[in-house]
Design a binder for this molecule. Structure first.
Ligand code: CAA
Length: 393
């Protein structure tokens, strides 16, 4: 039996900031952002686009585009590091808003940006073990990446959700179960204390932690597999340049020269960065946005070929695993119109972006009606009697 990802759907905020404009506003050379960090646009979530609304919209879309029914879902996992409650998981909201059956295992996972991968790999094992009894899993990664306005992390923000249907006989990607390498170490590279909506980060140290984790996880993956040939590599993408650093690092681990890594980057990695460059860091969803980007651009030509995937969660844990692009994935990816949600966006001025950020701290106490909630998609409306309220189209 093959197990893997049958369908992918994205949900992104309607507004984004152009990073050359942000650089100008911060008095920074735009080339530092666009070339130095390889970031170009970052999605900015408005008040109604909270992590629940983004997750629900991605989940509803994944059923629409795949032709699959919510009735077939027996496991729903939401990976996030932007929880809206200490107890009630985003998955509980998604369960209702996506119309999942009552007979369903539903929970939220957290390990920084690794939370979504925890869901995907658990879902795959749940199916392969037989526990699923023929049912499928819905895994949703949803996050809003926030650093302090004016900080070094600011240009590496983003927001969005990725919904994945994990099934047997998947139409997009077959996971090579057991072919994975894990790594973990207790570090303070990036974290978000309970009192803060914004992440704290030891920026340059976090880059080193990512690369150390990549070395550990990749080494384990190599030991677990005989075939190390990979046509493409998708990395966790906090910003585009990090993927380039990762690719160089892997080349060194393979005993190849830096020039070799740079020469293969355009073929092996760049197709996975097309969508991340338009959205920014979406934490749990970043690896899967990279995968979505790759499949959107190249699913057809990659049918039958192997890809490597690297998931990194600060704090930290990581996993390197491999998969094979399914036969017929080109047609399936086209039918799922993976990149379509990015077409209906509008550019925000820096003043509009700063106004949104300035209101962030009040969002979880705002009364229903305190801000606008457009129709057409699931939207956060505010709080009524300490309960979060959502409008459903
Ligand atoms: N033109 C072209 N390039 C320029 C330039 C210019 N005018 N000025 C600087 N650069 C280059 C620098 O040479 C540097 O390139 P290299 O990394 O190749 O050396 C790059 O631009 C960045 O410059 P700095 O290192 O000076 O940037 P910084 O100190 O202001 O911040 C950062 C960079 C630490 C990544 C910061 O953006 C940050 O803290 N980001 C958030 C943390 C993060 O994303 N960490 C990644 C690993 S952790 C993880 O992956 C989990 C997660 O999702 C958060």
């Amino acid at each position: 039996m093959t197990v893997g990802i049958d369908a992918i759907a994205l949900a992104v905020p309607h507004g984004y900031v152009d990073l050359s404009e942000l650089a100008a506003a911060r008095g920074v050379d735009p080339a530092k952002y666009t070339a130095g960090l390889d970031v170009h646009q970052m999605a900015v979530a408005a008040a109604h686009e909270d992590p629940v609304a983004l997750a629900a919209n991605a989940a509803r879309r994944v059923f629409e585009v795949s032709g699959r029914s919510p009735d077939d879902i027996g496991l729903c996992v939401v990976g996030t590091e932007t929880a809206v409650d200490h107890s009630k998981p985003i998955a509980a909201f998604v369960h209702r808003l996506a119309g999942l059956p009552a007979a369903c295992r539903v929970y939220e996972t957290k390990h920084a940006c690794y939370g979504g991968t925890a869901g995907v790999l658990t879902a795959a094992d749940w199916i392969a073990s037989g526990s699923a009894r023929g049912r499928s899993a819905l895994v949703v990664c949803t996050d809003i990446a926030r650093y302090a306005v004016g900080s070094a992390g600011e240009p590496t923000q983003g927001a969005g959700a990725v919904a994945l249907l994990v099934t047997s006989s998947p139409r997009l990607v077959e996971l090579e179960l057991g072919s994975s390498g894990s790594y973990a170490r207790d570090v303070h590279d990036f974290w978000r204390p309970l009192w803060s909506k914004e992440a704290l980060v030891d920026g340059h140290y976090s880059v080193q932690c990512y690369l150390d984790a990549l070395a550990g996880a990749y080494g384990e993956w190599r030991a677990a597999t005989d075939d190390h040939e990979l046509a493409r590599r998708c990395y966790h993408v906090p910003y585009g340049k990090m993927a380039r650093k990762a690719h160089r690092s892997l080349a060194a681990l393979d005993g190849r020269a830096v020039e070799d890594a740079d020469a293969s980057f355009a073929t092996e990695v760049d197709p996975s960065l097309v969508l991340p460059r338009q959205v920014g860091n979406i934490y749990t969803g970043s690896l899967y946005l990279a995968l979505a980007s790759l499949l959107h651009g190249q699913a057809g030509e990659l049918e039958g070929r192997r890809i490597g995937l690297f998931s990194y969660g600060s704090g930290c844990t990581a996993e390197f695993f491999s998969a094979r692009v399914a036969s017929g994935a080109g047609a399936a990816a086209a039918a799922q119109a993976i990149a379509a949600p990015l077409e209906a966006r509008g550019r925000l001025s820096i003043a509009e972006y700063e106004a949104i950020r300035g209101a962030d701290d009040d969002l979880d106490r705002a009364s229903v009606g305190a801000f606008q909630t457009p129709a057409g998609s699931v939207a956060y409306q505010g709080i009524d009697q300490d309960r979060r309220v959502y409008s459903v189209p």
